[in-house]
Write a protein that binds this ligand. Structure first.
Ligand SMILES: Cc1ncc(C[n+]2csc(CCOP(=O)(O)OP(=O)(O)O)c2C)c(N)n1
Length: 662
């Protein structure tokens, strides 16, 4: 088989294995790949000239589609420009199959043009690196070539998903001769059928027993894509075992778990606020004995440091495969399951022990509840969603004990006896267990309530100077339902994690927190917008991150659903907000890198509808028009002063301290 035909088979294998999208960047050496992908009837091809932007756009597509996206570039530095997105994909576990065209091996290091050393180009930041055979005339070489493409896609998608490189050395001619027919004929593919690991029943029983018998059990979620099975299982688990669950915004635990599901059962998310309270009594009351985690990184530095210092006696991390980080230096067990399966399995286990003791069974067919099915579970205990309630959020009864124990007393918030109740499946815990669990749950719920009330009051105070923290608060309140919210590094994602989202909205949150780079935030959001044209995609970004990645918009694909909110304080404002750089004389020139750019020209260049605001009144009138579907791809530039932002944020931090202790 000719080399050109072997390359022509690549998109056919991709299509057979479910890859639907490829992002190409132009070049000569990659021409056979470009032509093959461009001509394939089942693959959507887009071309983006800047490879760094192209790779992040591919990442945004793959993140949304939750399947591998292919990238194609020419030889030389083109592939090196993929590196930031490849690293992000590696740490955020997003499947990318990266085809880098190359010179044939005999021409490497021979002073030929556009040549670098492309074998294993991404080193430790790719899950694997393959070399496509240069000569495919022998039938074994043909078999090898097709096999490798299947393997690369399988490896990229296998948990933990990630980027895989396929280096493709190509000899001239790159273009089919007149009359030469290249076909998308039948190809042999090898399909991966992923499994979901399970623990043996006695092990699950032991773990459930340990959770029941430990008074202070805390669940903390790191970055995790939205997963309805997980949300439902986790909320039921929390109710059944009476444990607090804490998640950063990027853990996506704030989403409604199922249509009509009671929002009061949502996990806690205001940890950035209450963990900043310098109150030893509160910190003591929140200390876990057993910490259960899943997902990837945390945004909340305060929570991370707290848990590191707290040194829980036991830390279990739930992750089906791959390297597990000992983030809190306390790791004692790695649980090789999908988090959704783990929490669902413990509910089954939990019910089994109740059933054993009461002789009755509460288990129903999980399939009858929206969102309740998981691939592996049989039946789980369920109750009608509208009968689930979280007592204590509404009433004011019995708060005195919590006040004494934790000094959450000062909280101007709804109070009461915090107890998660789940009519119909109560009684899993015996009385003593219920009492100790409630005593630990109480300060967590009270702290969350306090923080929620505090934020509401603080953010709505009159006579504020125009500042980005409050501007973001106002913008978040008006996000369209069902939006995909992309949060750029670094203050955008941090501010949003403090503020949270309005309750009951179906807003999925994304951020490049694998490597926390500012270099591809626009492009990732563009990829997300291209992947789901029917859904509003909103990017919240700072000015340095925005101007860094302007080439995200340099292509010919419309994104009418994209809304970019640019917080322009003419500087890397974060450096004025964090201790260290803000005290140094080098702050303005070397950390903030003050710049005078405005986005109006960028908006004009890339055909984005442009809105500019520099007061609360302007913001208020711009937001509804900006978010309106008919506005099309739009950019809202919110101009603030970084000094004012820093002062206002400092006021907020001081208020967190003083409001709590007053
Ligand atoms: C590729 C990359 N270079 C540098 C950094 C370090 N860095 C983190 S935040 C930041 C400034 C971001 O400024 P801006 O986009 O205005 O947002 P904000 O200051 O509000 O966070 C920089 C340079 C990074 N995270 N990634």
């Amino acid at each position: 088989m000719s080399s050109l035909q072997a390359v022509h088979n690549i998109p056919e294998i991709c299509a057979r294995l479910g890859v639907t999208d490829v992002v190409l960047s132009p070049g000569s050496r990659c021409a056979p790949l470009t032509i093959a992908f461009a001509r394939h009837p089942e693959i959507r091809v887009r071309t983006v000239p800047d490879e760094r932007a192209a790779a992040f756009i591919g990442l945004g597509l793959a993140q949304t589609q939750r399947r591998a996206v292919a990238l194609v570039c020419t030889s030389g530095t083109a592939g090196l420009n993929y590196a930031p997105a490849v690293a992000e994909a590696y740490f955020q576990q997003i499947p990318l199959v990266v085809f880098t065209a190359d010179r044939p091996p005999e021409w490497i290091d021979q002073l030929d043009g556009q040549t670098v050393r492309q074998t294993d180009l991404y080193g430790a930041h790719a899950k694997g690196s393959f070399t496509f055979p240069t000569d495919t005339t022998h039938s074994d070489a043909h078999w090898h070539a097709t096999r490798l493409v299947s393997e690369a896609i399988g490896l990229a998608e296998q948990f933990p998903a990630g980027p895989v490189q396929m280096n493709v050395p190509l000899r001239e001619p790159f273009y089919p001769k007149a009359g030469e027919e290249l076909t998308f004929g039948p190809v042999k593919v090898t399909r991966e059928l992923p499994g979901r690991p399970q623990l043996p029943a006695p092990t699950l029983t032991e773990l459930a027993e340990a959770i029941r018998n430990t008074s202070r059990v805390l669940v903390v979620a790191g970055q995790h894509p939205a997963d309805m099975d997980l949300l439902l299982a986790l909320r039921r688990f929390a109710a059944a075992y009476q444990v607090p669950v804490v998640g950063d915004l990027i853990a996506n635990l704030h989403l409604p778990a199922a249509p009509g599901y009671d929002q009061r059962l949502r996990p806690l998310g205001r940890q950035d606020v209450f963990m900043a309270v310098p109150e030893p009594g509160l910190k003591e009351a929140l200390k876990p004995e057993l910490l259960i985690t899943f997902g990837q990184s945390l945004i909340s530095k305060a929570l991370k440091l707290y848990l590191r210092n707290a040194k829980p006696a036991h830390h279990w991390h739930i992750q089906p495969a791959g390297v597990v980080a000992d983030t809190f230096q306390s790791l004692t067990k790695t649980i090789r399951m999908e988090p959704a399966d783990f929490f669902a399995a413990l509910l089954t286990e939990n019910t089994r022990s109740i059933t054993d003791s009461t002789g009755g069974s509460e288990a129903l067919d999980a399939g009858s509840i929206p969102g309740a099915t998981t691939a592996s579970q049989g039946s789980i205990p369920v109750v009608p969603t509208d009968s689930v309630e979280l007592q204590g959020f509404e009433s004011n009864r019995g708060h005195a004990a919590a006040q004494d124990a934790t000094r959450v007393a000062a909280a101007p918030t709804p109070t009461g006896t915090p107890r998660l109740t789940w009519p119909g499946s109560g009684g899993q815990l015996n009385e003593a267990q219920t009492t100790t669990k409630a005593a630990y749950l109480k300060p967590w719920l009270a702290a969350e309530n306090w923080a929620t009330g505090f934020l509401q009051e603080f953010m709505q105070q009159p006579n504020q100077p125009f500042n980005e923290f409050t501007a973001i608060y106002q913008a978040l309140q008006q996000l369209p339902d069902h939006a995909a919210l992309h949060l750029a590094n670094s203050m955008a994602v941090r501010y949003a994690n403090i503020l949270g989202l309005p309750t009951g909205r179906n807003i999925e949150v994304f951020a490049n927190r694998g490597t926390s780079g500012i270099d591809g935030c626009n492009s990732t959001a563009v990829g997300s917008a291209l992947a789901q044209p029917e859904r509003p995609v909103v990017l919240l970004t700072g000015d340095v991150a925005f101007f860094y990645d302007r080439n995200a918009f340099w292509h010919n694909y419309p994104t009418p659903n994209l809304r970019v909110i640019l917080l322009n304080n003419h500087a890397g404002g974060i450096f004025r907000l964090i201790d260290g750089p803000r005290q140094q004389p080098e702050l303005e020139e070397f950390f903030e890198t003050r710049q005078l750019l405005r986005a109006e020209n960028t908006a004009r260049d890339f055909n984005l509808r442009y809105f500019a605001v520099s007061s609360f009144a302007e913001l208020e009138s711009a937001l509804p028009v900006f978010f309106a579907p008919e506005s099309g791809a739009s950019l809202l530039e919110i101009t603030t002063d970084s000094q004012t932002n820093a002062e206002f944020f400092e006021q907020y931090r001081a208020a967190v301290r003083t409001s709590f202790s007053s």
